[in-house]
Design a protein around this ligand. Structure first.
Ligand SMILES: [Zn+2]
Length: 255
């Protein structure tokens, strides 16, 4: 909980507690208590921060401004498409989005920005790494209670309004994927979530959708490829490099 600071309006008034003040109803002797707008907004923000923590969304993602904080111009058209998707999420709830680009292209920052925005619109969100998703959905627990807990966790991942999967289809995890044991679980999970329940997914990856086939076999590759034909975003603006290009003297002006 962050400290609540009342606004000037209600701070000057008498009330039962900070952010609330007494009012008299006109023409009567009745008194009432009113919650100030500043307190309502404070509660909204606190609630959002709480939801963000439960969704694995960075709290600072609410302060990120895509128009001023995104660095670079190469992928600006893709950013426009991303904004449309996020701002009109109610129209794109059933869509699978695939965002890819080399390391350093601000993908994770954007992933959290997406999550924060969609949360703000009142939807439920879960952000997690594909590694973590695989661990949750694969295999079975010997203990019955543990298995029920696992099942409940899987149901949550299936039913959340937006699932954001970062470090997806990561080539550095090849050995894990090649072992193949988790792949049927993943295929089943994605089919149930995306095709049956028709719930949206955002994948964040450093490989293009076409490259998935090199590591993952059908039908997983088919499912992803056909689902993201018109919803793939390629990011090319390297944060550090663009910063340096922008000010070539930045390394030398320490006087
Ligand atoms: Zn106030």
């Amino acid at each position: 909980m962050t400290q609540f600071t009342p606004c000037r309006n209600c701070a000057a008034k008498l009330g039962p507690q900070k952010g609330f003040y007494f009012v008299k109803y006109k023409g009567t002797q009745q008194k009432g208590v009113v919650e100030c707008e500043c307190h309502k907004q404070f509660v909204q923000r606190e609630l959002l921060q709480y939801k963000a923590a439960a969704s694995n969304i960075w709290p600072q993602a609410f302060d990120y401004n895509i128009d001023t904080d995104y660095v670079g111009t190469k992928s600006i058209k893709e950013i426009q498409r991303l904004k449309k998707y996020v701002y009109e999420f109610s129209n794109y709830k059933n869509v699978m989005v695939y965002i890819h680009g080399p390391n350093g292209t601000q993908k994770s920052t954007l992933a959290h920005w997406i999550g924060a925005n969609v949360l703000h619109q009142g939807y439920s969100v879960k952000y997690l790494l594909m590694q973590s998703l695989l661990m949750t959905i694969s295999g079975f627990e010997k203990d019955e209670v543990r298995q029920q807990e696992k099942q409940a966790e899987i149901e949550k991942l299936k039913s959340v309004d937006l699932l954001i999967v970062d470090e997806a289809w990561n080539t550095s995890a090849v050995t894990l994927y090649k072992s193949g044991y988790q792949l049927p679980f993943l295929t089943q999970f994605l089919k149930e979530r995306f095709e049956v329940a028709r719930k949206g997914i955002v994948f964040i990856s450093n490989v293009s959708p076409e490259s998935i086939a090199k590591i993952f076999e059908n039908p997983l590759q088919n499912l992803i490829a056909r689902s993201v034909v018109r919803t793939t975003l390629k990011l090319e603006d390297n944060y550090m490099q663009t910063r340096t290009d922008f000010n070539p003297n930045s390394l030398f002006d320490e006087e």
